[in-house]
Design a protein around this ligand. Sequence first.
Ligand code: NAP
Length: 315
Amino acid sequence: MVDRMRQAQLDEWGGPEVLHVVDDAAVPEAYPGHLLLETISIGLNPVDWKTRAGSGVADQLPASRPLVLGWDIAGTVVATGHDSTGFEVGDTVFGMAGFPGLGNAYADYVAVRAIDVAHAPTDVDPAELAGTPMVSLTAWQALFAIAELVAGQKVLIHGGAGGVGHMAVQFAVNAGATVFATAGPSDQQFVTELGASPIDYTKGDFADHIDKVDLVLDTIGGKVFTRSLDVIADGGRIVTTPDPSQLDIARRRGIRADWVFVHPDQAQLTEIAALQSAGKIHTRIDRRFTLAEIAEAHAYGEQGRAHGKIVVTPR
Ligand SMILES: NC(=O)c1ccc[n+]([C@@H]2O[C@H](COP(=O)([O-])OP(=O)(O)OC[C@H]3O[C@@H](n4cnc5c(N)ncnc54)[C@H](OP(=O)(O)O)[C@@H]3O)[C@@H](O)[C@H]2O)c1
C-alpha cells in the first residue's frame, strides 16, 4: 500500500485556478467507522464550484488549509476501519461522502464514512456511479421524503434535463406519476425519452403549456419558482433546490413549500442502486476529465453548458 498520493487542494476561495494538484499528500487511514477507498471516479456538482468560490457550503467547512473538495465518489474499498460493518476490501461502493462537511474526494484515495456509501451495482459504468449520488439523493429526498409523491399524481419538474431534474423525472415516472418537465430546445427529445411531457422553457411562459399539478420540483429558482405557484392545484406543493429564500412567498399563498437540503442516506442510495442495476434509471454523462484537469473541469462546469454530469477520473 502506498503512503503518498495525488490530491487536488485549495488554500483560498477563488476561481478554478485556486485548485492545484499535489502528488505527495498523505494517504488517509481507514478511521473507525470509515472505509479507505481507491478512487475510481469523482462526480462534480454545482455546489463544488459554488463552494470553491466561497459560497455553497464554504461556511460549513473547517478554517484549516489546505482543503480538499469533492463529495460524489465511486471507489474500491482498500481498507476497512473498526466498526465499518457491511463492507469488505475489494467491494465497489459509491456515495456522497461527508456532505455538507469536507468530502476530500478530489484524490487518489479517500477515507469515507461507511454510512455515507452503498454497494455499487456491478454492471454500471463507474462514471455513471460517481455522477449519481448527490443528484439522485436530492431528487429522491424532494419527491419521496418531503413531498410523498404517489402514483397518479401530476408533477412538474423544472430543469428536467439537468442533474437533479433528470433523476427526478426518472424516479417520478417510475413511481407512476404523470410527469411534465421544462428543458431547453436541445433536450426536448431527452426528457421525452425519460418519460416526461416536455415543455421548452425558451418558448414563452411554461405556465401556458400546463394544467394544474400536484407537485412542482423547482431546480432553477427565481422567477421560475414564483411563476410555478400559479400552476399548483389546491392542496398541492412545491419543493425547491437552489435556496430557501422564496418559501414564504408560496406559504403566504397557502401553498406548502419546502427547500430540500440533501444529506447522505445509505438506505436510499441502496434503493437507487437497485433501480440503476435494473436499468430503470440512467445517469447522463456529459464529459470526463482527469484529476490533473480538475481546474478545467470546474471552469467548464460553472459555465452551465453541460448536458449531463461532469466526472473526473484519477488518470
Ligand atoms: N439544496 C440541495 O441540497 C441541492 C442539491 C443538489 C443541487 N442543488 C442545486 O440545484 C440546482 C440544480 O442542480 P443540478 O445539479 O441539477 O444543475 P444542472 O445539472 O446544471 O442542471 C440545471 C438544468 O436547468 C436547466 N435550466 C436552466 N434554466 C432553466 C429554466 N429557466 N427553466 C428550465 N430549465 C432550466 C439547464 O438547461 P440548459 O442546458 O438549457 O441551460 C440544465 O439542464 C443548482 O442550483 C444546485 O446548486 C441543491
